[in-house]
Design a protein around this ligand. Structure first.
Ligand SMILES: Cc1cc2nc3c(=O)[nH]c(=O)nc-3n(C[C@H](O)[C@H](O)[C@H](O)COP(=O)(O)O)c2cc1C
Length: 196
C-alpha cells in the first residue's frame, strides 16, 4: 500500500550541535538530520533555530553524538530554543532557555580547534567547520549545511586501545525514529569493507 507519513524520520542518530551565539553564549541544538561521507557531514538545519544562525555566522560547531543514556537529558532541552525571539512556528510549543547546559545536566569542555565547547557527556565529539550551505527546497525553512570534521574526540575506553577504531561493543548510539528514542539493537551482519 502507499502511505503518506507526516514525517520520514525512519531513524537517524541524535547529535547535539554546540555553537556560539553573537554574545559568546554557547548553545546546544539537538538534531537528527545528520549523515557522514568521508570527512564531511551534512546537517539538515531549520533556519529558525538559534544554532543554525550561530553556525552560519561563526562557521564553527561541534557535532556531539549522544548515546542511549542521554535520552532523558535531551528531552529536557528539546522543547526549548536559545533564540530570545521565539520563531512563530514554535510559539506555544517551545520556550526560551538561556542555559541549556544546566537544564540538560550537560557540561561544556573546551574544544581544541573551534570556539564552541564540546558536550562532555557525549561519548563522541566532532569538531567541525562549515564548508557550504545549500537551501533545502526554497531554503525558507531549512538548509543543508556541509561541514568538514577536523577532530574526533572519544571517551576513554570507547576506542580500541592502540587503534583509531571505535569499540563497537561499547558504542550505544541514540536513534531518533519517528519522534521516539531508541538504542541500537543487535549486530546482524558485517560489511565486506569492515576493517579487521
Ligand atoms: C531528537 C531531536 C531531533 C531533532 N532534529 C532536528 C534536525 O535534524 N534539524 C533541526 O533543524 N532541528 C531538529 N530538532 C529540533 C531543534 O532541536 C529545535 O528546533 C530546537 O528548538 C533548536 O534549538 P535552538 O533554536 O536553540 O538552536 C530536533 C529536536 C530533537 C529533540
Amino acid at each position: 500500500m502507499t502511505i503518506l507519513p507526516s514525517v520520514f524520520y525512519f531513524g537517524t542518530p541524535v547529535a547535539l550541535l554546540s555553537t556560539l551565539g553573537p554574545d559568546g553564549t554557547a548553545n546546544i541544538t539537538p538534531i537528527s538530520s545528520a549523515w557522514a561521507l568521508g570527512d564531511m557531514y551534512v546537517l539538515g538545519l531549520g533556519v529558525g533555530n538559534q544554532g543554525t544562525q550561530n553556525v552560519l555566522h561563526t562557521e564553527e560547531l561541534v557535532i556531539n553524538l549522544a548515546d542511549a543514556a542521554l535520552a532523558s537529558s535531551i528531552e529536557r532541552i528539546a522543547p526549548t530554543t536559545g533564540a530570545t525571539d521565539i520563531p512563530s512556528a514554535k510559539q506555544g510549543r517551545y520556550r526560551h532557555a538561556s542555559d541549556k547546559w544546566r537544564l540538560g545536566g550537560l557540561t561544556p569542555v573546551p574544544s581544541i580547534h573551534v570556539a564552541p565547547p564540546r558536550v562532555a557527556e557525549c561519548p563522541v565529539q566532532l569538531e567541525a567547520r562549515l564548508v557550504k550551505v545549500v537551501p533545502l527546497g526554497d531554503g525558507n525553512e531549512a538548509v543543508a549545511a556541509h561541514v568538514r570534521i577536523i577532530a574526533c574526540h572519544v571517551h576513554d575506553g570507547l576506542a580500541v586501545p592502540g587503534t583509531n577504531h571505535i569499540d563497537l561493543d561499547r558504542w550505544q548510539p541514540l536513534y531518533y525514529t519517528f519522534r521516539h528514542y531508541f538504542a541500537q539493537g543487535e549486530r546482524v551482519g558485517v560489511s565486506f569493507k569492515a576493517e579487521q
